[in-house]
Design a protein around this ligand. Structure first.
Ligand SMILES: Cc1ncc(COP(=O)(O)O)c(C=O)c1O
Length: 481
């Protein structure tokens, strides 16, 4: 076998505990399936066609739609990324205005670029950062009870041409917002609400304390491979607004492979079955996670984010999906990479690091003993690692006044050149620059590069974060002016 197989095999032989996607946890969700590879079929004669379903796929999709309460639902075989492309192409025409969050995933930016949309931002990232900092660093006044809604209203007031809003709910960290009032407001204005719920496929079944992110919106996407048992790339697309069904059908065919994998479709259907079976049961996963959090939160240095805390702290503006584990340091500026690496040495793989902690994804296939193991290793973590200045820098970058110089799609037709990143203040970035994971741009294409961005990204580099969008690690592509 080849190099990729060898590496994957090496990792698996290490007997790690995976707190990452995919949600089936290295096949634990498929123990009853024998010879699963036999089902690696595509649209041969005798089977239904995903592009024009009339039989088994149609029935299965009807069940999906019924469970999530949509007008029509689709199985996606190229992740939420393809669903985001489909929904953006279906709702917007070229040169329409869209409102997105700073803090959105890069796949949203890519689709906006392809569809040639004019982009407006609300600064959601500032709340994400504030909620991830230790409490004593928190600066935001949350007395306003509708922070996100009011930000949206402000933007729409300034730019009444906005045709649609795209929000992420919940996000990578597990922060969740109530969509109902936002949706009601936007409906009155005839503005569409699209939801990137890449991290929310499980909520309806596995966290009944929150409303399903598909409930109050026009279209939503969900990465079933992240939090359910679908194979990597398996995702759901739900349309609630009938007026878009034709368009979505059309773009679904354009963006979907002509060789749909039955294996992935079967895994998407199995994920739905898991949800349906679990729906009537008690929230076992939630209980397990809450139990874990209770124990961890006795620790003097570390804190596992909880709904009750986020809800109170943000005065009801934000909630937390307690089936996610997001650990943050309680005090100053430790390097989360040290924690990530320590856990890796202890055979625990986490989903991602951020400036003040790490994110882990448990699912119903995570065993209680794995959570206990994680707890025991966290308790032995040595906090005597070196400090850094990341909090101050992240805050400054978030507060800095970003400036869109040209639309993202206009960048494509402009000439570019490479210059040293450290010398790029005031220049227009030719591409997005982001940490991966989570894939949230710090600098968006078409935007002026600020000194605050450079200082922050350099600090991330020093701390060994994976920065995308730089070339040979020290050059940046800028638009010729
Ligand atoms: C918030 C968010 N949206 C969209 C995506 C893209 O999802 P997928 O990997 O299913 O294409 C991701 C992936 O990490 C994500 O975190």
């Amino acid at each position: 076998m080849g190099k990729i197989f060898e590496e994957a095999n090496k990792l698996l032989k290490g007997k790690y505990k995976f707190f990452t996607t995919p949600g089936h946890k290295q096949g634990k969700g498929y123990l009853k399936f024998k010879n699963i590879l036999r089902y690696d079929l595509t649209e041969v004669f005798g089977l239904d066609n995903l592009h024009k379903p009339t039989e088994c796929i149609k029935d299965s999709l009807n069940e999906l739609s019924e469970f999530y309460g949509s007008k029509k639902s689709y199985y996606l075989l190229n992740g939420s990324t393809s669903g985001i492309q489909i929904m953006i192409f279906s709702v917007f025409n070229e040169f329409d205005e869209v409102l997105i969050e700073r803090g959105c995933h890069v796949s949203i930016m890519n689709s906006i670029f392809l569809r040639k949309l004019k982009v407006n931002y609300i600064n959601r990232e500032i709340y994400n950062v504030d909620l991830l900092l230790p409490d004593e660093f928190s600066k935001i006044d949350y007395r306003d009870e509708n922070i996100i809604l009011n930000n949206i209203k402000d933007c729409i007031h300034k730019n009444p041409k906005i045709k649609g809003v795209i929000l992420t709910n919940p996000n990578y960290y597990g922060f969740y917002i109530n969509q109902k009032e936002i949706y009601e407001y936007l409906r009155k204005k005839n503005i569409f609400l699209l939801i990137d719920s890449a991290h929310g496929a499980h909520i309806k079944a596995f966290n009944k304390t929150l409303e399903c992110p598909n409930k109050f919106c026009d279209i939503s996407v969900m990465s079933a491979h992240k939090t359910l048992a679908a194979f990597t790339q398996g995702a759901y697309l739900h349309v609630n607004n009938e007026k878009f069904i034709d368009k979505v059908d059309e773009y679904f065919s354009i963006f979907t492979t002509t060789s749909p994998s039955y294996l992935t479709m079967i895994s998407l259907e199995k994920s739905l079955e898991d949800c349906k079976n679990y729906f009537k049961r008690k929230d076992v996963l939630l209980k397990r996670c809450n139990n874990f959090k209770k124990h961890i939160n006795r620790d003097a240095y570390m804190y596992a984010i909880e709904n009750s805390h986020i809800y109170c702290k943000s005065n009801g503006n934000f909630y937390y999906d307690d089936t996610r584990i997001c650990l943050k340091f309680k005090f100053k500026n430790l390097n989360s990479k040290d924690l990530y690496d320590y856990l890796f040495r202890k055979k625990i793989i986490c989903e991602m690091i951020f400036f003040n902690g790490i994110v882990l994804i448990p699912t119903i296939y995570t065993k209680v003993k794995d959570l206990k193991y994680l707890e025991s290793k966290l308790k032995k973590f040595d906090y005597n690692f070196k400090e850094n200045y990341i909090f101050e820098l992240v805050l400054k970058a978030c507060e800095a006044k970003y400036e869109k110089k040209i639309e993202p799609y206009e960048v494509k037709d402009r000439k570019y050149r490479f210059i040293k990143f450290k010398e790029s203040v005031g220049k227009i970035s030719f591409n997005d620059i982001f940490l991966y994971p989570p894939g949230v741009p710090i600098i968006f294409r078409g935007e002026k590069i600020l000194i605050e961005h450079i200082v922050l990204i350099n600090e991330y580099k020093k701390l060994c974060y994976d920065v995308n969008g730089l070339f040979k690690d020290e050059y940046v592509k800028i638009v010729e002016e």
